[in-house]
Design a protein around this ligand. Structure first.
Ligand code: HOZ
Length: 432
């Protein structure tokens, strides 16, 4: 007998039911709470900065669906746009005017975008961007950075961050050795490690792919001239530079990290915010590069639901609001206050804590610092993070159930929310 979701029972009832038919009971691993302990919270609904569980509890949400919800949950204009789109049908598998508008907004906002292809996830965007780079250069190898996560396609599950690092499998089983051999790993912020790879592989490298602000090993910031050095080295060796802005795009600034740090990649991947909470990814570049994609060019990529009218409606409504209301100064000030308060209360409790933030994305490490690479992330106290997570959850604050993720604020978060988060953190630090 299949029960309707409406009479779902408790989170633990649902998790027992889910595990009978879904691996780990979840459709994406990190949300299983394995690295922080306990059962996941099953969400019934959400509004603004709050999520409500099936157990009747309300939490201030600092995950924001892992980044997409920069306007908060169920933003009225986004919901209305999706409702209007749905009344006209949910998918056509044919081009629509909405896709033109979303693409035009992306081209207007992202400094290096002349053309863009919409896909359905960040993973599809990065997978396609690497295929474009390989097709355009005729080279096979890519360089990524340990602890960076670019989705779960084979080429990237080599020393990867996010869930791969969370579960201690940065290099996943199931990735053929022949594929892994074409992925070379460098250390984030270590320009010499990249130079060494280029010195021994230079003319076989199609691209360097980097999260310009690393958001999948906590949040690690680019050091002085790190991104500029990658730009220089790729140009010197005829390789392309891919900025994976799935998290940072429209988040750290309207134009993303490439606008914030004034470094121009050859290809940019996007996701999360671009879909306003519905599944949208994208990759963009110069017209000359993008015209190499099928049907005009030889490099193939396709997707039945690419450009889906509901997802496009949510993404377009979101970008329109971000363009018109420019909330970045307020989001940054709110995160400044939150991170400053976290550092101060950890210090008062003699808890070694390093907090990094850019705009409204942040990460914290139970580690005295500095934290500039995955090696330095890895010595953080994951057990202390798990205890902190549990204490914050008990206090009604929902943080990422992994020490290898970021936390986010939205335009729906209020000063009172920040006060509540800081009060809960101060109490948690006292018992960690
Ligand atoms: N890749 C997601 C965040 N970076 C994890 C989502 C999940 O496993 O729930």
């Amino acid at each position: 007998m299949i029960s309707p979701a409406s009479d779902s029972g408790s989170s633990s009832d649902l998790h027992a039911r889910a595990q009978r038919v879904i691996p780990g009971g979840v459709n994406s691993p990190v949300r299983a709470f394995h690295s922080v302990g306990g059962d996941p919270i099953y969400i019934e609904s959400a509004q603004g900065s709050r999520i409500r569980s099936v157990d009747g509890r309300e939490y201030i949400d600092c995950v924001c669906s892992w980044g997409p919800l920069i306007l908060g949950h169920a933003e009225a204009r986004v919901v209305a746009a999706v409702q209007r789109a749905a009344e006209g049908g949910t998918s056509y598998g044919a081009p629509t005017a909405g896709e033109c508008e979303l693409a035009e907004r992306i081209v207007a906002i992202v400094p290096t975008a002349e053309k863009v292809r919409l896909v359905n996830s960040g993973t599809e965007a990065t997978m396609s961007a690497v295929r474009l780079a390989r097709g355009a250069t005729g080279r096979d190898r890519i360089v990524k950075f340990e602890g960076c996560y670019h989705g779960h396609s084979d080429s990237f599950l080599i020393k990867a961050g996010s869930g791969a690092a969370t579960f201690g499998q940065p290099s996943s089983p199931g990735v053929p050795a022949s594929v892994a051999a074409d992925t070379l790993s460098a250390s984030y912020n270590d320009v010499d490690s990249v130079e060494a790879i280029f010195q021994s592989n230079g003319d076989t490298i199609a691209a360097v792919i980097v999260e310009p602000v690393a958001g999948n090993m906590g949040v690690v910031l680019p050091g002085e001239a790190f991104l500029q050095s990658l730009r220089r080295m790729t140009q010197e060796h005829g390789a392309l530079l891919i900025f994976d802005e799935v998290i940072t795009g429209f988040r750290v600034a309207l134009g993303g990290a490439q606008a914030l740090y004034a470094v121009a990649p050859d290809i940019t991947t996007l996701g999360k915010v671009i879909g306003g909470g519905l599944p949208v990814g994208a990759y963009c570049a110069s017209a000359a590069l993008m015209d190499q994609m099928s049907p005009d060019g030889p490099v193939y990529q396709a997707g039945t639901l690419s450009g889906n009218p509901l997802a496009v409606a949510a993404g377009t409504a979101t970008l329109r609001i971000l363009q018109e209301e420019a909330p970045y100064a307020r989001l940054g000030a709110m995160m400044d206050r939150l991170c400053g308060g976290l550092s101060a209360s950890a210090s008062a409790a003699a808890i070694p804590l390093t907090v990094h933030h850019v705009g409204s994305m942040a990460g914290l490490f139970f580690n005295a610092g500095p934290v500039r690479s995955y090696a330095e992330v890895a010595i953080s106290d994951a057990g202390r993070y798990a205890r902190f997570h549990a204490a914050m959850l008990q206090a009604g604050i929902y943080l990422a159930p992994s020490a290898f993720e970021a936390f986010f604020l939205s335009t729906a978060h209020t000063d009172e929310d920040i006060d509540a988060i800081l009060a809960a953190a101060s109490a948690a630090f006292a018992v960690l």
